[in-house]
Design a protein around this ligand. Structure first.
Ligand code: C5P
Length: 234
């Protein structure tokens, strides 16, 4: 099968004119690829976690690229024309926003804040506004607003699930693409792309463990625990 792309954590193969296979690798990276390691089994965990969440979103009427699973680490997905933008929704302040703006760790955003970033590791994924996105021919303002509404809907679904797991959803990142001109969620939704903490102890369960230098076994155990808890609430 023809490999048509490869990112830091996934390989993309062409299945047919309208479909691709996304093979999740065991790599974990941070700092725009500056730090990278292998955690055996992580690809399977992220593929499975993403599949459960995509199915949940589809059930709620939210369009995603998810079609099914080929094997435990390989997703069958619609072949989208991806928009090279990362869209982040934040419920609670942490990460890049507390470095960029006079906002303190832990401040609650109600309503949540949505941000757009250019996918460009060499430039460290700069923040974009509607004007930048129009000029760079990434998307028009109307489409950006449509994406914001999808982000709010996804947040409601994800928050409900994460709350049922007795955890708290700080933020998450999605990527979008077009299929026959229609906007759809692509890529993945896993602990690599969302921040989840225990509200009582403040314990971190997501990729921040890796970003902060925790041992790889600790990262894997947490991803595995999250997946198991997820399967118990869906
Ligand atoms: O680093 P920052 O605070 O902007 O990240 C916001 C959210 O987006 C986090 O959940 C993080 O895991 C996710 N993210 C991502 N890929 C990136 C940057 C951020 O999944 N390249």
């Amino acid at each position: 099968m023809e490999k048509i792309g490869e990112g830091k954590t996934k390989e993309v193969f062409l299945l047919d004119e309208d479909h691709v296979l996304l093979k999740f690798k065991d790599t974990v990276t941070a700092g725009d690829g500056a730090k990278a390691d292998v955690i055996l089994g992580k690809g399977v965990l992220n593929a499975q976690t993403s599949a459960i969440i995509f199915r949940l979103l589809e059930r709620e009427g939210i369009s995603t690229h998810y079609v099914g699973m080929k094997d435990d680490r390989t997703m069958i997905a619609k072949k989208l024309k991806m928009i090279p933008v990362e869209v982040v929704l934040r419920n609670i302040a942490t990460g890049s926003i507390v470095k960029r703006l006079p906002i303190n760790e832990g401040e609650i955003f109600d309503p949540p804040i949505v941000e757009f970033f250019l996918k460009d590791d060499a430039r460290h994924d700069p923040l974009l506004n509607y004007h930048h996105m129009r000029y760079l021919k990434l998307m028009e303002e109307g489409e950006a607003k449509e994406i914001e509404q999808i982000m709010f809907k996804v947040n409601e679904v994800l928050r409900r699930v994460v709350t049922n797991m007795k955890l708290s959803l700080y933020d998450f990142k999605l990527e979008f693409g077009r299929f026959n001109g229609r906007l759809m969620i692509g890529d993945e939704i896993s602990l690599d792309s969302m921040r989840v903490r225990d509200p009582e102890s403040g314990r971190i369960l997501d990729k921040d463990l890796y970003r902060r230098g925790q041992p790889l076994e600790v990262v894997k155990a947490s991803y595995s625990e999250f997946f198991n808890r997820l399967t118990q609430v869906v």
